[in-house]
Design a binder for this molecule. Structure first.
Ligand code: OOG
Ligand code: NI
Length: 470
């Protein structure tokens, strides 16, 4: 990086902090949730030395206090294209394609996030970014009208665009520009109480799908939640009502386990906010629900094999028990989930031995000492058994489409779980993005392989292969 430019990591950290402050001011319950999460995290860390050690080794302990993800919903291809360039300034790239139409939500999405180990451990800020699929609006006239409304808006400030271009041309931003960029970029994510459409248009959009009204009716894609990471989601879920927060009926994702896998999430219902429709001269004459709160607990990233097993078990649970609109059968769902998931081994050893999850390998001090003495076994499994080579879970940095659909649905006013047939359109998404999306599994596989190479090198055993590495 040329002299004088600030790092993308720094810009991302400034932005995360600014976003968190803005959201705290806009949605006071978010501040309450942050307090609860940090209280529970401190309790868990005090009580669980093994977890503390593991998070420290993985570089996750320091990042956990700043770790957040947010979500926005964009309306047009051009908006997605520019958001890719905006996030690139902060070192965030599109990872993973999520088709939410399978769950009756007319969007497809990606996650913008940092990808390398160092950047992730500084600040893993992620933004789940959805693009409205206008082609899924059935009414031709309404579709054309929505497209026309979206074509009129500019969700980025002129100065934000200039600074993005400056970053692309010069290869970076100096401190003063970075600070200005953060303030300008924040404008895109801000809540606007004035709708750009009349009450009558809003109603027609809303009748087609609540989400369409949310995306089309406003000046910009307001950030709709900001999610802290908890180390015990069940404890936070239980304590939310004590703080006046009502969580959704079920925690999305896998059940509670000894060895956390993937991602567990729960949210609380959106705020009902007053808005002023066009033609009302700024006077509040309607309400809209868009913004909510969410928490998540993250576990190990699964390999393709592990993920296939997770998907199969989850589908079978959802086939057995459908949670109703107001949370009916949530208890049965939880029981079924725990029972079915017994098929997925709940020990790090088994998850590794069966090639179900990704791990970070490292040479231990004992291993390095043994290498100096020339006393190392040449078998990788034996190195592990003797404590010369250790493995720690690689945390899942991404999202889960079925969970995301559940979060969407809950905040569209229902806990009802629906399953639809796939109509995915990744090519159109990438064309709008102007880039290809990175496959998350490739990233985890590369990180695992790199860690193993480094560990083996340190032990002076180059070329050694591991049996169980997926
Ligand atoms: C995004 C919902 C998905 C998650 O954590 O899975 C999501 C949205 O409602 O816009 O944030
Ligand atoms: Ni979320």
């Amino acid at each position: 990086m040329p002299m004088g430019f600030v790092s993308a990591d720094r810009i991302r950290s400034l932005f995360t902090e600014a976003m968190s402050q803005m959201y705290r001011a806009e949605v006071p319950q978010y501040g309450t949730l942050l307090e609860l999460v940090s209280e529970v995290n401190a309790e868990v860390l005090a009580a669980n030395a093994e977890l503390r050690g593991r998070l420290t080794r993985a570089g996750e302990l320091e990042r956990i206090d700043v770790e957040r993800h947010g979500a926005i919903r964009l309306g047009a291809a051009g908006e997605l294209h520019m958001i890719r360039r905006l996030f690139a300034v902060m070192g965030m790239q599109p990872v993973g394609y999520y088709d939410l139409s399978v769950a009756g939500v007319p969007v497809h999405s990606t996650c913008f996030r940092p990808i390398d180990d160092a950047a992730l451990s500084i600040n893993p800020f992620r933004v789940f970014t959805s693009l409205l699929r206008l082609e899924l609006i059935e009414d031709d006239a309404l579709r054309a009208e929505a497209a026309e409304i979206l074509a009129q808006r500019q969700i980025y400030t002129q100065r934000a665009i200039e600074l993005i271009e400056r970053h692309e041309q010069a290869g970076g931003l100096i401190e003063a520009e970075a600070v200005e960029f953060v303030a300008e970029a924040l404008e895109t994510f801000r809540w606007h109480g004035e709708a750009t459409v009349s009450a009558e248009t809003y109603k027609r959009l809303h009748d087609a799908h609540r989400l369409i009204a949310d995306v089309v009716s406003f000046k910009g894609p307001h950030i709709n939640h900001l999610t802290p990471r908890t180390l015990d989601i069940d404890a936070v879920q239980r304590r939310m009502p004590e703080r006046g927060i009502t969580p959704k009926a079920v925690i999305e994702g896998p059940p509670r386990r000894e060895c956390d896998i993937l991602l567990r999430q729960t949210s609380f219902k959106a705020l009902e906010e007053t808005i002023a429709f066009a033609g009302a001269n700024g006077a509040a004459n309607g309400t809209h629900t868009a913004r909510f709160g969410e928490i998540e607990q993250r576990g190990v990233a699964l390999t393709a094999k592990g993920r296939a097993l997770y998907d199969r078990l989850l589908a079978s649970v959802r086939g057995e028990v459908q949670v109703g609109a107001s949370g009916a059968k949530a208890g049965d769902y939880g029981t079924e989930l725990s029972e079915q998931f017994q098929e997925l081994p709940d020990s790090w050893d088994e998850l590794r031995a069966q090639g179900l999850a990704f791990f970070h390998y490292s040479a231990t001090p004992e291993g390095i000492a043994a290498a100096v003495r020339g006393a190392l076994p040449a078998d990788a499994e034996e190195l592990i058994a003797k404590g010369y080579l250790r493995f720690d879970p690689i945390v899942y940095e991404d999202f889960l489409p079925v969970s995301a659909a559940g979060i969407f649905q809950s905040n569209l006013g229902t806990d009802q779980q629906q399953n639809y047939a796939t109509r995915s359109n990744r090519d159109a998404f990438e064309a709008a993005l102007g880039a290809t999306i990175t496959e998350e599994l490739d990233l985890y596989a590369e990180r695992q392989a790199r860690s193993l190479d480094m560990a083996i090198d340190l032990l002076g055993l180059a070329g050694l292969e591991l049996r169980a590495v997926a």
